[in-house]
Write a protein that binds this ligand. Structure first.
Ligand code: 4NP
Length: 176
């Protein structure tokens, strides 16, 4: 098959005319699960070479850790799997519901919190649950690892690697 991808200034026609997809990952503190989700998704699209098609960020339902890097335990476990987490915690805002196409919470408490922040039915319709994108693992939440041990952090990364892969396939299926 000949390669019929036409490039203009290094961008494919598809990249020029397809609007960016924007995803906000949300957890409670924005120092463990959602920055990890952001890191996993970013690495997937970097490896694929499709990172220009996406705007990815994360936020928390509480502002308690605002400005902080991810928890050092989360960063440690992430680094051992090749993820460098540089995000600094910030609280989710109503404006995020207009800036992002999808707002993805990690557990049911996050989903309830996000529904509380949303102001319109259109905004609320953007809310999703992360584990709904899992394709290999069976889970109904990405559990908060903050008060647990090493295994909790490893399990969070396992779940997020599965869910981020499923999410990418769901929103940007590979071309035939
Ligand atoms: P995260 O974990 O929601 O995955 O970032 C938490 C971190 C800190 C707190 C809660 C959850 N906290 O209450 O301080």
């Amino acid at each position: 098959m000949p390669d019929i991808n036409i490039h203009i200034h290094n961008y494919t026609i598809q990249q020029l005319f397809m609007p960016q997809k924007s995803i906000l990952f949300v957890c409670l503190g924005n120092i463990c699960r959602s920055p990890m989700a952001e890191g996993v998704f970013n690495q997937l699209i970097l490896r694929e070479g499709t990172y220009r098609d996406f705007k990815i960020d994360s936020a928390g339902l509480i502002a308690y850790h605002q400005g902080e890097l991810a928890d050092s335990r989360m960063r440690g476990h992430a680094a051992r799997r090749g993820y460098n987490l540089t995000h600094r915690s910030r609280p989710v805002t109503v404006a995020d519901f207009d800036k992002f196409d999808l707002i993805i919470g990690m557990d049911d408490q996050n989903i309830r919190g996000l529904k509380h922040v949303a102001r319109t039915p259109e905004q609320a319709a953007k809310i999703r649950l992360m584990t709904d994108y899992c394709t290999k693992m069976q889970a109904t939440e990405v559990p908060d690892p903050y008060y647990g041990g090493d295994r909790g952090f490893e399990y969070v990364i396992d779940l997020l690697e599965d869910a981020c892969g499923g999410l990418l396939k769901a929103i940007a299926p590979p071309l035939p």
